[in-house]
Ligand binder design. Structure first.
Ligand SMILES: Nc1nc2c(c(=O)[nH]1)N[C@H]1C(S)=C(S)[C@@H](COP(=O)(O)OP(=O)(O)OC[C@H]3O[C@@H](n4cnc5c(=O)[nH]c(N)nc54)[C@H](O)[C@@H]3O)O[C@H]1N2
Ligand SMILES: Nc1nc2c(c(=O)[nH]1)N[C@H]1C(S)=C(S)[C@@H](COP(=O)(O)OP(=O)(O)OC[C@H]3O[C@@H](n4cnc5c(=O)[nH]c(N)nc54)[C@H](O)[C@@H]3O)O[C@H]1N2
Ligand code: SF4
Ligand SMILES: [Mo]
Length: 843
């Protein structure tokens, strides 16, 4: 189609569009469509019999994947409900069994209708008119916005080369098989890769320490059991794990309840006493943040000294736990037991030694070590948050050492989890192939601002350079543009003030989202993206669960929004590789995507699911059923075959590597993508900021941790009024600390360090240990004229220095706190008139 035709098409399409949206968007009461708007009949409220019921799923990177049932009238979702048993194959109403539990949504999912129809919904392409970050935009046509981006991309590539565009796609949309966003298999990676200009971001905010540890130790990140196995544990240690808030699977809590009913004991090792602990009456062991590896070393010392280790398991399956299990080629190197007993460095890692560091008494360390070593089976679930730390990988590898020395790996009710990926879903329905999703350089995600600000005077180890090939090794990417797709990374990565400095140096910032996000306010162009209610897809479970949920298009895309695949396909056409990018589509895919999407999904179902996963249900039947659940013949336990059938682990030695062959063989660390030395066995290494640092705590006496909120999925849902009625963004601290500072619950405080300052109300409690402050991640940044964030986003305080393995050190932060007369703002308008009115001006 030539450009003129396309423009005509766009204009016609837009006129149709306004006609239909006049009906569909009336719940929005925005000024824009008011003259054509007829109020949708809200009264009398339609009865369920008058509504059409559509089974679909919830979305996003929230730790789970549940069913949502849309009840709609015409093109408006009137109500959302969730699984009540009716949608299970062969299910009677209400069915909820250990084998087939319901996929019941949480409070966020059930409020999703408010997100679809929110004031902050991005409905039209927008282009910046003010200074970058000022938040002033005008509405643009698709034609103008797409041409602008395509032309800029060509200019940037021609002028600055093949590393000039930074891929900051992330997991916002990664849980659909067709509309994917992430660094590895995502749609943006394919788009920029095929365009021939892409710097990728290789470290993952969630758990880079953990994936590193699992890869080194087990040779895979598929170290997870399915959640039903928890029901068989006799002891569950929740180490930095709060599944009541931070979901890690769909039915975790249900299985933990079954375990409790069967007599399982619960322990929590965490600086705060969580709702998970109170639900299961857990023994709370408050620990100083980031000192977990030391406490675990103390436990290992107790276990070795009392000969409580499972020596048979060690001898059969483990490398480097002790002298006898070291490989011949490294028999002169340090093994784990010698390190723990102090033979190699003269410092036995006794419980008393550990107690000094982590603030847990030696008595409690011994008691827990004894419980763990003598209760079988026991699940030490070492979650990811303690690994989001300066040397996070040491914590994860130390946890794996404890799991291995007690023989709790590969058995039902035990747990080898670091990453925790369980059953494996078949992920990609679009034409993914590794040769297209290429990158020319890749850097540690956290370091993009550092790279931009210091270019070209950057050492490869400062940014964790991971070159595409030996020929380009050492070449520092010259980043001039950023794409955000399925990510709100400007709001979510570390050290936002440094990001703010860096973003002013760029030539192009593009944000693709369904919402006007805090990141979007820093972009030059906003592309409106259809939500998963407005496009066809299939949902995957998160890391746990063995099912697929069909996602039909429930309503028409709102405003002028398009799917990510439509936008990339159209851009690719403009850049000359449209057909290669989306081989099934013609140019009119931008307007009519249904047949192509259906074909992709059907092929995926037939070729991947039916063929590889022994599914006999045809695609059309799946579409009618809505949810397909796999029945596993036994609960899925990671490494069961390794232990029962002698299958070797996927490591160089075929064993569980507590002494890592790979790490032991590196000689020049500056030539690796890690950049810095990492010991071959797990060790306690002091973080660069923590309560044990006498000097730094003089100025900044509190250790700030920033866990994931129950009321949000990161930044998503921050603006949902009915959720906001249930919580405040607030900093939690211990009553004794509050007393010293003269603070009571509800006072407004400044939380600050040398990197930034935020303003929030304080919540005073005994449930948080002294010296620690808790501030949940994901609030929408809201800067005042002095650069102070009034919303309380902890990423103004976090450091962009990653751990050697690339872990984001989100939880390695010292701060000070003081009362303030500055006003806290929720990053969103309480009266729901919304800052987005700025965007709602027509051209
Ligand atoms: N201080 C601190 N900060 C943290 C963390 C922490 O522990 N402490 N945790 C970190 C972790 S683990 C993570 S994973 C990150 C999360 O960081 P992000 O991934 O940036 O967080 P989200 O808020 O989930 O943003 C996802 C965005 O994708 C958009 N989106 C959803 N679906 C689609 C779609 O189909 N297409 C497009 N184009 N967009 C879509 C959503 O509207 C949303 O704006 O935050 C990190 N930040
Ligand atoms: N509701 C909800 N669920 C989510 C998400 C969400 O945004 N909202 N995000 C999902 C994503 S992308 C991810 S990555 C996961 C994250 O999952 P996790 O990493 O498990 O979750 P967090 O909430 O960051 O932290 C869990 C607990 O660790 C504790 N903790 C923090 N620092 C330390 C420490 O140094 N030592 C110890 N022992 N404990 C510590 C916190 O107090 C908290 O209770 O959650 C997923 N689930
Ligand atoms: S846990 Fe996640 S998938 Fe489930 S309803 Fe809540 S937000 Fe949606
Ligand atoms: Mo994450």
């Amino acid at each position: 189609m030539d450009t003129q035709k396309l423009q005509d098409y766009l204009n016609i399409n837009r006129r149709n569009f306004l006609k239909t949206t006049a009906l569909t968007s009336t719940t929005l009461s925005t000024g824009l469509i008011s003259s054509k708007t007829q109020a949708y009949a809200y009264e009398p409220y339609p009865k369920d019999d008058d509504l059409e019921t559509v089974v679909t799923s919830c979305a996003h990177n929230c730790g789970s994947r549940h069913a949502l049932i849309a009840h709609k009238k015409n093109d408006v979702i009137v109500r959302l409900s969730t699984d009540d048993g009716r949608f299970q194959k062969d299910g009677e109403y209400g069915k909820d069994t250990e084998e087939e539990p319901q996929l019941r949504g949480c409070l966020r999912g059930r409020s999703y209708r408010h997100r679809i129809y929110s004031q902050e919904r991005l409905l039209y392409p927008m282009m910046r008119v003010g200074k970058r970050g000022e938040g002033k935009f005008r509405r643009a046509s698709w034609e103008e916005a797409l041409s602008f981006v395509a032309e800029k991309m060509q200019y940037i590539k021609a002028t600055y080369g093949d590393t000039a565009l930074l891929d900051q796609s992330y997991a916002g949309a990664s849980w659909g098989v067709l509309h994917k966003s992430d660094q590895i298999e995502g749609l943006l990676g394919r788009f920029l890769g095929m365009f021939g200009c892409r710097t990728s971001s290789w470290s993952v905010p969630s758990y880079q320490a953990t994936t590193f540890s699992s890869r080194m130790t087990f040779g895979t990140i598929r170290d997870g059991n399915e959640d039903d196995t928890f029901a068989h544990s006799k002891l569950i240690i929740m180490w930095g794990w709060n599944p009541a808030y931070t979901f890690h699977g769909g039915n975790t809590f249900y299985y933990m309840r079954l375990a409790k009913q069967r007599g399982c004991k619960f322990v929590l090792v965490d600086p705060q006493y969580t709702d998970s602990a109170s639900t299961y009456d857990a023994w709370w062991i408050p620990i100083r943040p980031n000192t977990d590896a030391a406490m675990m070393a103390g436990m290992a010392h107790y276990i070795f000294s009392n000969n409580l280790q499972d020596q048979d398991f060690i001898n059969k399956f483990v490398q480097g736990m002790d002298a006898a299990t070291m490989p011949d080629w490294a028999s002169d190197q340090e093994n784990f037991k010698d390190y723990i007993l102090g033979k190699s460095d003269g410092q036995p890692k006794t419980p008393e030694w550990a107690a000094e560091i982590c603030g847990v008494s030696a008595k409690d360390i011994k008691k827990l070590a004894d419980m763990y070593a003598t209760t079988k089976p026991a699940a030490l679930k070492a979650s990811w948050a303690p690994g989001r730390n300066a040397y996070g990988e040491q914590y994860n590898r130390m946890a794996a050492a404890l799991q291995a020395m007690t023989g709790n790996i590969g058995i039902l009710g035990g747990c080898a989890e670091g990453v925790g990926k369980g059953w494996h879903a078949k992920a990609v329905a679009y034409p993914y192939d590794e040769n297209s999703n290429i990158w020319y350089q890749s850097i540690k995600s956290d370091r993009w601002a550092h790279c931009v600000l210091n270019y070209p005077n950057v050492k490869r180890e400062d940014i964790g350079l991971w070159p595409r090939s030996d020929e380009t090794d050492g070449q520092i990417p010259n980043i001039r543009g950023i794409f955000w797709q399925g990510s709100d990374w400007f709001n979510q990565l570390t050290n936002i003030n440094k990001e703010i400095q860096a973003i002013h140096k760029l030539d192009l910032v593009v944000c693709m989202d369904s919402t006007i996000t805090p990141s979007g306010l820093w972009a030059d162009v906003l592309f409106p993206v259809a939500t998963h209610f407005e496009r066809h897809d299939v949902a995957l479970p998160w890391y746990k669960g063995h099912y697929y949920i069909h996602r039909p298009k429930v309503i028409e895309p709102m405003g002028e929004s398009k799917t990510d695949l439509q936008i990339f396909t159209e851009l690719a056409y403009r850049l000359g590789f449209g057909k290669e990018y989306n081989p099934k589509a013609e140019r009119n895919y931008f307007f009519d995507n249904e047949a192509v999407d259906e074909e992709f999904l059907k092929e995926w179902w037939e070729n991947k699911v039916m063929h590889y996963q022994n599914v006999t249900m045809p695609w059309d039947e799946f579409k009618q059923t809505g949810i397909y659940k796999f029945k596993l013949d036994r609960p899925h336990v990671a490494f069961q075959d390794n232990v029962e059938k002698g299958v070797p682990w996927d490591t160089p030695s075929g064993k569980i590597e507590i002494f890592s062959s790979k790490l032991a063989k590196y000689t020049d660390w500056t030539k690796t993508s890690y950049g810095h030395y990492i010991p071959a066995i797990p060790k306690w290494i002091e973080p660069w900021e923590y309560l044990g640092d006498r000097e730094k705590t003089k100025k900044h006496p509190f250790h700030l941790i920033s866990p994931h909120p129950r009321w949000r999925t990161h930044s998503i849902f921050n603006n949902i009024s009915i959720l906001r009625e249930t919580y405040e963004q607030e900093v939690t601290m211990n009553a004794s600390d509050a007393m010293k500072l003269g603070l009571k619950t509800g006072d407004t405080v400044e939380v600050y360090n040398d990197r930034g300052k935020v303003v929030v109300p304080v919540y005073v409690t005994q449930r948080c240990m002294p010296g620690v402050a808790v501030l949940y991640e994901g609030s929408w940044m809201d800067l005042d004229e002095n650069g102070v964030d009034r919303s309380g986003n902890p990423d103004f305080l976090t450091d962009d220095n990653p751990s050697p393995a690339g872990a984001f050190a989100y939880n390695t932060v010292l701060v000070n706190i003081q009362k303030t007369c500055l006003e806290h703002r929720p990053g969103w308008d309480r009266l729901a008139t919304s800052r987005s009115h700025v965007f709602r001006r027509d051209n």
